[in-house]
Design a protein around this ligand. Structure first.
Ligand SMILES: *Cc1c(COP(=O)(O)O)cnc(C)c1O
Length: 386
């Protein structure tokens, strides 16, 4: 267990021990229902939730009442897209998104299409970047929402969010961004960036799994949402259901710590990514970098190694946890829709490896991972050239 090196932090992160410490009392000591305001038990739980709401709001320059707690970025994406499509149906039926979005956005868009909505899936360039001019050109009188992710979870590319927000605002259209990989990792200012809706996740930033939030702008403009679930009217009627107080406490603390430490952490990650790419290229000069060379998540390194099937490599690479550019479905190996969208063909996806660094990695472990990787690449190369 302890010998394995975890380099898959874009998939999920461990809970930071400082976060865990804050959470624990809320299971057994401060266990009230945040909606039960008839006694101190409920009041104390509500106080803890309010604090987390403030912590998150402060980091993204929002107001606490603009934070809606959900079960994660998937649910936030669902609420944002479905909630806007339904609420503003009389204003229009067109949504603009892009081909490299997370399935939590793409699959909701497919569902909306089946309900008669029109979706434009913008292409991306060879770095996975949407051209803001394409966004502008895709706008029609029926467009009600633009949904473009902040940073891509597979290739790390960071979209020109501020420019896109400006275009949306100029055209009186709402702008939603899935920022699951960005909150607590990159500076975000929802005011300055003209973001009207933003999805966040706890477990991508050393908080618990199963908790997230949706930022929803409440004034200038006020964004209305039709709820997709109904019940006790929690979270301003947008998301009914008893609040998961321990997870919310942890999420708030995780965002606070992430924001405080991002500069220091990102500097370290950039150095590791640079170092790994340089060292690997010494062994295999033809390695391709997937994603944008500069505008990318510091903790993400996605490469394709020509001639090496990434699935064959990770089968051998027991000591290091990394992700590939393809997913095994029951019938066949499906290339990643993100890497395919870059326009280099399927093979590039089958050769892709994603390394994503995290808080607990050390230079020593990165070196060890490199050694394991290089020796396995050499072995596979020798095998395939026979
Ligand atoms: C992880 C992730 C999600 C899903 O978030 P959950 O909190 O696991 O539901 C959505 N979008 C992006 C970009 C992600 O990285």
């Amino acid at each position: 267990m302890s010998d394995r090196i975890y380099l898959d932090h874009n998939a999920t992160t461990p809970v930071d021990p400082r976060v865990l410490e804050k959470i624990l009392p809320y299971f057994t000591e401060i266990y009230g229902n945040a909606a039960s305001n008839d006694h101190d038990f409920g009041y104390e739980a509500k106080k803890a939730v309010d604090k987390a709401r403030e912590q998150i709001a402060r980091v993204i320059n929002a107001k606490p009442e603009e934070i809606i707690f959900t079960s994660g970025a998937t649910e936030s994406d669902n609420i944002a897209l479905r909630g806007i499509a339904e609420k503003y149906a009389d204003k229009g039926d067109h949504i603009i998104t892009c081909v490299t979005e997370h399935k939590a956005v793409l699959d909701v868009c497919k569902k909306l299409e089946s309900l008669g909505k029109k979706i434009t899936y913008l292409p991306v360039d060879q770095y996975g970047m949407v051209d803001p001019e394409d966004v502008r050109k895709a706008i029609t009188p029926d467009t009600i929402l633009i949904s473009l992710m902040f940073a891509n979870n597979e290739i790390g590319t960071i979209h020109p969010i501020e420019e896109i927000g400006k275009i949306a605002t100029e055209h009186d259209i709402f702008f939603h961004t899935d920022a699951a990989q960005a909150v607590g990792h990159l500076p975000i200012d929802v005011q300055k960036m003209n973001i009207h809706l933003m999805s966040m996740s706890g477990h991508k930033i050393y908080g618990p799994k199963g908790i997230g939030a949706l930022y929803r702008k409440k004034s200038n403009p006020r964004v209305e949402i039709e709820p997709i679930t109904f019940g006790g009217g929690h979270e301003r009627g947008v998301r009914s259901g008893t609040l998961n107080v321990p997870a919310i406490v942890g999420f708030g603390e995780a965002v606070r710590i992430g924001n405080k430490e991002m500069n220091k952490e990102n500097k370290k990650y950039r150095e590791w990514a640079e170092y790994m790419l340089t060292e690997l290229r010494k062994e295999v000069p033809e390695i391709q970098l997937n994603g944008h060379p500069k505008n990318r998540l510091p903790n993400n390194l996605n490469i394709s190694i020509p001639g090496i099937e990434s699935r064959a490599l990770i089968v051998k690479l027991k000591e290091v946890a990394i992700a590939t550019g393809s997913a095994c479905t029951s019938a066949k190996v499906e290339p990643s829709h993100v890497i395919e969208a870059l326009g280099f063909g399927d093979q590039r996806a089958h050769n892709a490896l994603r390394f994503s660094f995290g808080r607990q990695n050390t230079q020593e472990k990165i070196d060890q991972a490199m050694n394991h990787l290089v020796s396995n690449i050499k072995r596979l190369k020798a095998f395939s050239s026979k």
